[in-house]
Design a protein around this ligand. Structure first.
Ligand code: SF4
Length: 58
């Protein structure tokens, strides 16, 4: 599941959201700082210039 999210799955700015029906979305908190940035990026994200690797991924 996480692998299909691409970079979001290993990004400090991503929150995994699970709907009541079991669908999984990745919400990008960069949207809170910049509303022009997508709140729910189209997955998989393969390249992102705002990506911030989680500490374990650095
Ligand atoms: S900054 Fe990029 S990689 Fe990180 S959660 Fe947002 S869209 Fe995904």
């Amino acid at each position: 599941m996480a692998a299909s999210a691409g970079l979001c799955a290993v990004c400090e700015l991503a929150d995994e959201i699970r709907s009541a029906r079991g669908s999984v979305f990745w919400r990008c908190r960069e949207h809170d700082a910049d509303p022009t940035w997508p709140k729910y990026p189209r997955l998989p994200v393969l390249a992102c210039d705002r990506h911030r690797p989680r500490p374990a991924e650095r």
